[in-house]
Each structure stands twice: as C-alpha cells, then as structure tokens.
Design a binder for this molecule. Structure first.
Ligand code: NAD
Ligand code: UDP
Length: 312
C-alpha cells in the first residue's frame, strides 16, 4: 500500500538513497533538508517524479505535515562537518528530535531515528552489542555529535514510554558509497579523492585503528526493514558490516583499486578518535533477517567510479 513518508536530511548521502528506495517501492516521499551538508545534485534526478516533493526547512524549527512514517536523518555526520558548529549540531539532534517526535505523536506516525555507533564512543567492549552503554567523553570535540545523538535516543524512548509514539532506533556504523560528499573529510571519501589525484594518503595516527565499513545499499535495505518491523520491536539495533579493517589496510586497498601513485603519510590522530569499531549484528540478523551482502572491494569499486565521474 502506498505510504506518505517524510525523510529529514533527505538531500544528504544516506537520505537521498533512502528517498530513491522508498519511491521505487511506490511511496509518496517528502524530502526535508536545509542543505547544510546535503546537495541538490543528490536529489535532482528525483525532482521529475510526481511522488517526490522537496521542502527546504531546518529541523530545529517545528514542521507540520500529515504522513504515515518519518525517517529522521537530519544531522551532519562527518567529524569536520559536525564540529564546524557544535552548538548547531546539538540543536539539530536534540531540537530536531523533539520537533519530529512531537509531529509523530500528533499525527500518530511511526518514526525512525538514524542514531550512530558513536553512542558507544571509544568502546571498551568489542564488538559492540546494543546493551553496551558506551564510553563517551562528554566534553570532548566529538561530544556535540555523540551526546546529541545519545540525548535523541533518550527522547525517543521517553516519547515511546510516555506517549506511546511508535519508534525505531537504528545505530548506524560507518557507511560509504556514491554521493558521499567529496570534501566531508571521512576516511573513505578522503582516501579515494587523494588516490584519484595521486596526492598523499593521509593516515591519522599509526593506521592500526579499525572501522567496519558498510556499503550504502545494504544499510538502506536494513533501515527500511527496521521501519517495517512490528510495533513492539523498537530497537536499538546495530546496522553495519561486521567485517573489521585497519585504516592502513583500507588505504592499501584503495591504492590498489585505483592504481594510484599516492604515498601514505602519517598525521596526528585527532582527540577521542575511537581505536576500534565493529558491530555485533545478531539482533539485525534475527529480527530483521538482514545482513550485509556487498563486500568492501566491490563497494569501493562502485564508489571509486562515482568519484571519478564527479572529478571530471
Ligand atoms: P549527510 O551529512 O550527507 O546528510 C545529513 C543531511 O542532513 C544533509 O542533507 C544535511 O543538509 C541535512 N541537515 C543537517 N542539519 C540539518 C538541519 N538542521 N535541518 C535540516 N536538515 C539538516 O550525512 P549522512 O552520512 O547521510 O548521515 C545521515 C544520518 O545518518 C545522520 O543523522 C547521521 O548522524 C547518521 N549516521 C550516518 C553514518 C554514516 O556512516 N554515513 C553513521 C552513523 C550515523
Ligand atoms: N582517518 C584517517 N585519514 C583521513 C580521514 C580519517 O586516517 O583522511 C581516520 C580517522 O582518524 C578515524 C577513521 O579514519 O580513525 C574513520 O574516520 P571517519 O572520519 O571516516 O569516521 P569516524 O571516526 O567517525 O568513524
């Protein structure tokens, strides 16, 4: 059955892929974004679709609409973007959540929160399970994002417990793919752009820190599956690829796949940079019957091809 769906942050990397999938499934999609980190290029191909609407709006201000479902993705996601204006990042997470939860309560919509593995901070439990409470520095440079997202999760739980709002909390682990912003400073986009230009590949620290990289199509598949679960399942649920790589291994793979002449250089590790990260996805496997399908090499090839096109 056709649903009316609001996607906040819909002009961003993940949001634009989500809008596309929801439209392909026959829904009516309203994409809300203030273009802080999103780009018109991400959604321009959707504007011709009569079931797609774009609204330029900031989630820190209330917004009224009648929809069946809300995906709340609005928030800068890369460290350089969320640290650019930390106060705004906190407002976006917290006031954005309050506004969207208030809307969901009023119109009785189901609402999904794009939370993050950053709620686990620099984890002392490995791999990270959903019942781990995390290790976050509340006054560090990542706090605006980490604590903002933690507060948003608390708001979701309280609206659910006090007001019966139908919620889903999804903890997203590092995701990459076409439409990442080429200058967002995240490791996959940085390394690919550097490799394609034969510039130095900048490894922060010794490169032994790890991340687990999920391809965007897998992630969006998990997100929609979570929204479609029965109301009693609210999460939180980790969605990410459990195969862990060291940052140095990622650099070497990208150099190999691009045939680049780039050299690896080492720069200081930023404050509070998590040493390791890998999701435990047992809950996603059992409840959503979901697991990632695209391996890192294939996902990187698709992403490299995307960046090659935008460089030209
Ligand atoms: P992105 O920066 O590409 O997308 C975020 C979108 O939100 C952008 O289009 C931006 O313009 C919009 N936005 C930001 N502040 C806004 C505001 N105040 N009002 C309206 N729109 C606003 O990032 P992304 O990677 O697509 O991330 C999407 C969501 O997923 C974010 O909430 C992020 O925290 C979460 N997430 C992403 C990852 C990842 O690896 N990509 C990991 C964990 C969590
Ligand atoms: N990183 C790096 N070089 C870069 C960009 C990032 O070595 O040019 C490292 C960063 O220090 C971190 C990892 O790669 O350890 C992932 O960084 P990213 O910003 O992509 O995401 P997050 O730290 O939020 O997981």
């Amino acid at each position: 059955m056709k649903k009316r769906i609001l996607v906040t942050g819909g002009a961003g990397f993940l949001g634009s892929h989500l809008c596309e999938k929801l439209l392909n499934e026959g829904n009516d999609v309203v994409c809300l974004d203030n273009f802080f980190t999103g780009q018109k290029e991400n959604i321009v191909h959707l504007l011709r679709n009569p079931y797609f609407e774009f609204v330029r709006h900031d989630v820190i201000m209330p917004y009224m609409i009648e929809v069946d479902e809300i995906y709340n993705l609005a928030c800068p996601a890369s460290p350089i973007h969320y640290q650019y204006n930390g106060i705004k990042t906190i407002k976006t997470s917290v006031m954005g959540a309050i506004n969207m939860l208030g809307l969901a309560k009023r119109i009785k919509a189901k609402i999904l929160q794009a939370s993050t593995s950053e709620v686990y901070g620099d984890p002392t439990v490995h791999p990270q399970t959903e019942n781990y409470w995390g290790n976050v520095n509340p006054i560090g440079i990542r706090a605006c994002y980490d604590e903002g997202k933690r507060c948003a999760e608390a708001l979701f739980m309280n609206y659910h417990n006090q007001n019966d709002v139908r919620i889903k909390i999804m903890r997203i682990f590092n995701t990459y793919g076409p439409r990442m912003h080429p200058k967002d400073g995240r490791v996959v986009s940085n390394f690919i752009m550097q490799a394609l230009k034969d510039e130095d590949i900048t490894i922060y620290g010794d490169g032994n820190q790890s991340r687990s990289f999920c391809y965007v199509d897998d992630l969006i598949d998990g997100m929609v599956k979570l929204m479609n679960t029965d109301d009693f399942f609210i999460g939180p649920v980790n969605i990410g690829n459990p195969i862990e790589f060291k940052i140095i291994e990622l650099a070497q793979l990208i150099i190999k796949l691009t045939g680049s002449k780039s050299k690896i250089v080492k720069l200081p590790l930023p404050q509070d940079d998590p040493l390791q990260r890998k999701p435990d996805i047992d809950i996603a496997r059992k409840v959503l019957k979901w697991e990632p399908k695209v391996n890192l090499e294939q996902g990187l090839i698709n992403t490299i091809n995307y960046f090659k096109n935008i460089i030209q």
